[in-house]
Design a protein around this ligand. Structure first.
Ligand code: AMP
Ligand code: GLY
Length: 431
């Protein structure tokens, strides 16, 4: 293999982690991140292009002879960035990691994902899909379910499109707000109502090459803002990998019942898919069920998954683009990785931006990935620019030693109204 110019699209902790990992590859020539953050500029070159501006991305790729584009977030995938590249002759030689529009519907439409799972016998909660014309049937459907009630906007809603209600009355009013009041705009023109699954969640990732796949380490993320899994949902307040209950027997079930049938299903339906699949799973009494598919890597799961991969990640991406991952033996580090997110006061509600971030020293043995940060060029100061600001990751022989290191490292970091959960991984320790 020669040397490759790589463009990563996105600006979060996931993208800094990807950039950090790819920057270590011997196969790399130049690395660009669009638009990136204050962390990605330490390992590559930030480019001021919006991830949904396909024309500007295409022009940049031609101008800088980009060989491989890695799409971080879901939005450009659901909007068809891969189809755009495929249809334009001057771009068709460029390798792009991510599914086309149809494959991306696994994340872009909950109804599409549910139908797909039913067609391929992939275990998931039973469900019904309803529109504004079928509100009455939706209410009848709700009345037959046991609480809690799970309502999901069909389309992308920035991670906010799921409502879980204990009471039938609040479920019915939530349903009406979504379907009739357009609570999530076009995303809630259809609503999926599903059976509540009781168990522990985990995230499983695979890289697909169209024919075959490579399984990456699994992870667990902590979605609620408050300790003890309380308060509103966030993008993710921390993560750990591996997940203690995901032993060999459980992961075999995940591969046999979920990942392999998903890959076969995509192929049998003629959906070309070269990219990541992220299965959000519920472990229900030892059996995995799909809660949702995402068509990208998770954030903050990537921050603990990638540091455990010993293999050359760029080599793996190139092999995926060439349809050659079937014999690839990925090397995984046995150590445990724990990530704690440092977030802005007020998140996931309103929060201030532009707070100066003080990092006293680089925490020994820990990694620091930037999420919502920006570099103020005039003062050379690093400022907050998002709700999730920094991810602190440590590895250790045990989960508790990894967590201890991360919490120690956080003592070196400060910005006004910074907060974080102090119980990441704790639920897994007592098991
Ligand atoms: P999603 O956006 O589909 O990941 O849903 C957000 C969160 O809602 C998930 O991470 C779960 O914690 C929860 N959830 C979604 N669907 C179900 C379900 N059928 N049963 C229990 N919890 C669910
Ligand atoms: N951490 C969950 C997600 O990336 O959607």
């Amino acid at each position: 293999m020669g040397k490759y110019n790589v463009l990563i699209l996105g600006s979060g902790g996931r993208e800094h982690t990807l950039a950090w990992k790819i920057s270590q590859s011997d196969l790399l020539n130049e690395l660009f991140i669009a638009p990136g953050n204050a962390g990605t500029m330490e390992v590559g070159k930030n480019i001021e292009i919006n991830v949904n501006d396909f024309k500007a991305i295409a022009e940049f790729c031609i101008q800088r002879s980009i060989h491989l584009v890695l799409v971080g977030p879901e939005e450009p995938l659901v909007k068809g960035i891969c189809n755009y590249f495929e249809l334009e002759p001057s771009l068709s030689e460029i390798m792009i990691i991510g599914p086309g529009k149809e494959g991306a519907s696994l994340e872009g439409s909950k109804d599409f994902a549910k139908q797909f799972m039913n067609r391929h016998n992939i275990p998931t909660a039973s469900y019904g899909t309803f529109s504004r014309d079928t509100v009455d049937q939706a209410i009848l459907f709700l009345e037959k379910l046991n609480p809690p009630f799970v309502l999901k906007a069909d389309g992308l809603a920035a991670g906010k499109g799921v409502i879980i209600c204990e009471e039938l009355d609040s479920a019915i009013s939530g349903l009406k707000e979504m379907l009739l009041g357009k609570k999530f705009g076009a995303a809630s023109e259809l609503v999926v109502i599903e059976e509540f699954l009781k168990g522990i969640e985990l995230s499983v990732f695979a890289l697909l090459d169209g024919e075959s796949y490579v399984l990456l380490p699994e992870a667990k993320d902590y979605k609620r803002v408050g300790e003890g899994d309380t308060g509103p949902n966030t993008g993710g307040m921390g993560s750990v990998s591996p997940v203690p209950f995901a032993d060999k027997a459980f992961m075999k079930k995940v591969e046999d019942r979920i990942i392999a049938p998903t890959v076969r299903g995509l192929k049998s339906e003629g959906i070309k898919y070269c990219g990541f699949i992220f299965a959000g799973l519920m472990n229900v009494g030892g059996d995995p069920y799909v809660i949702e598919y995402n068509v990208r890597l998770g954030d903050p799961e990537t921050e603990v998954v990638l540091p455990r991969i010993k293999s050359d990640f760029l080599e793996l991406l190139i092999l995926a683009a060439k349809g050659k991952v079937s014999k690839y033996e990925i090397q995984i580090d046995d150590e445990v990785a724990a990530c704690v997110m440092l977030v802005s006061g007020g998140y996931p509600g309103d929060y201030e931006k532009g707070e100066e971030i003080m990092i006293k020293g680089s925490p020994e043995g820990s990694l620091l990935f930037h999420a919502g940060t920006t570099m103020d060029e005039s003062t050379n100061k690093i400022l907050t620019s998002g709700g999730r600001v920094l991810a602190v990751i440590s590895k250790g022989r045990t989960l508790s030693s990894a967590m201890e290191k991360s919490y120690l490292a956080i003592e070196q970091i400060h910005f006004d109204r910074m907060f974080f959960r102090r119980d990441i991984g704790m639920d897994l320790l007592s098991k």
